[in-house]
Design a protein around this ligand. Structure first.
Ligand code: ZN
Length: 305
C-alpha cells in the first residue's frame, strides 16, 4: 500500500557548496577570538550552569564530500570536549534523502550504514522535514505553520520513526526542518517519546518568517516544557560562528541556580565551507567559564521519563 509520504517524488538536491572567501574566514576568526576572550571575563561568575550542545542537522550525508569530514568533525569534537555531538538525521523515507540517493547512486542500505556509523560517534536525534503533495508544476511544497496538514504530517512521522526502529535507534531529541514547530508536531513528538527539542530560535520565527503559534516564554536557555514529557532546550546560536550574543547565558538573579541549555546548531553540508571555523569555535567555547559541553542524553534531561 502506498502512503502519502512515499507518493512524494524524490527532490533534486541543491548545490551544497557554499562559497566562503578566505578573507571572510580570517575576519570571522579575529572577531570570534576577541568575543571569546571578552566572554571569559564577562561570564566568569555569571551564576548559571550553562550546558552547551552542538547539534547537527543532517541533510546531505549521501553527498560524497560531506560524510567523511562530518565524521572527522564528530571525532574532533569528542576528543576536544569529552562529549559526543548530537546528530539529528533526516530519515531515508524523506523525499530530500531519496533525491540525494538517486543523484549520487547510493543504495538505501549504504545510507543506513552511514547512519549506523554516525551512531557510533554521536547521539542520534531526528530531523523532520514534512511536505504537502507537490504543486501541479512539480515544485515541492514544504509544510509550514500556515496550512499545516496534521494528518499528512503524522503519516510521514510514522514512516520516519519506523525507519529509525528498523535501525534499532530510538531518537529522544528533535530538530524541526525549516525551524517549523506546530502544536500537532509537539503532541506527536511527545507521544513518540521525544524528550528534548532544539527547534525554537530566540527571535521566535521559522525559516519562512512565520511566528510560532505556541505559548512560549523568552528563549534564554532555561528549559521549559512543551508537553508532558517534551522539553524545549532551544536553538540559541550557530556553531560555525562564535555565538554573537552570550548575554542571555548569564543568570537573571544572583541566586539563580537552574540549568541553562544552549544548543548551537549547524548543517552537515556546512563542513564543505566551515570546517576550520567549527574547530575554532569549539576550542574557544571550551574556555568559557561556567559552561560545559553536554550530549543531552535522555536520562539527563529535565523531562526524563
Ligand atoms: Zn533541515
Amino acid at each position: 500500500m502506498s502512503t502519502p509520504a512515499l507518493e512524494a517524488p524524490p527532490l533534486p538536491p541543491p548545490d551544497y557548496r557554499v562559497p566562503y572567501p578566505r578573507w571572510r574566514a580570517w575576519g570571522h576568526a579575529l572577531l570570534d577570538a576577541a568575543r571569546a576572550r571578552l566572554d571569559r571575563l564577562r561570564l566568569a561568575g555569571a551564576g548559571a550552569a550553562i550546558e552547551l550542545g552542538a547539534i547537527v542537522h543532517t541533510e546531505a550525508i549521501a553527498h560524497p564530500d560531506v560524510f567523511a569530514p562530518l565524521v572527522e568533525l564528530l571525532r574532533f569534537f569528542r576528543e576536544a570536549t569529552g562529549t559526543p555531538m548530537v546528530v539529528c538525521v533526516i530519515p531515508a523515507p524523506n523525499p530530500m534523502v531519496r533525491g540525494l540517493l538517486a543523484a549520487h547512486a547510493m543504495s538505501a542500505g549504504a545510507f543506513d550504514d552511514r547512519v549506523r556509523a554516525l551512531a557510533a560517534e554521536a547521539v542520534i536525534g531526528y530531523h523532520g522535514h514534512y511536505f504537502h503533495p507537490p504543486a501541479p508544476d512539480g515544485r515541492p511544497r514544504p509544510m509550514r505553520h500556515a496550512g499545516f496538514d496534521a494528518a499528512r504530517f503524522r503519516v510521514q512521522l510514522c514512516a520516519d520513526l519506523a525507519w529509525f526502529a528498523g535501525l534499532g535507534i530510538v531518537p529522544r531529541l528533535y530538530t524541526g526542518g525549516w525551524w517549523v514547530l506546530t502544536r500537532a508536531i509537539v503532541e506527536a513528538l511527545d507521544a513518540a517519546g521525544i524528550a528534548g527539542d532544539f527547534t525554537l530560535r530566540p527571535h521566535g520565527r521559522n525559516s519562512f518568517g512565520e511566528p510560532y503559534d505556541l505559548d512560549l516564554p523568552a528563549l534564554d536557555g532555561r528549559p521549559f516544557p512543551l508537553a508532558a514529557g517534551l522539553w524545549e532546550l532551544g536553538s540559541c546560536g550557530s556553531l560555525w560562528r562564535y555565538p554573537a550574543d552570550t548575554s542571555r547565558w548569564r543568570a537573571h538573579r544572583p541566586a539563580e541556580t537552574g540549568r541553562r541549555f544552549v544548543g548551537l546548531s549547524f548543517h552537515d553540508y556546512d563542513v564543505l565551507s566551515y570546517r576550520g571555523a567549527f574547530r575554532r569555535t569549539i576550542r574557544a567555547l571550551c574556555g568559557v567559564p561556567g559552561a560545559r559541553w553536554a550530549a543531552f542524553d535522555a536520562p539527563d534531561l529535565p523531562g526524563a521519563r
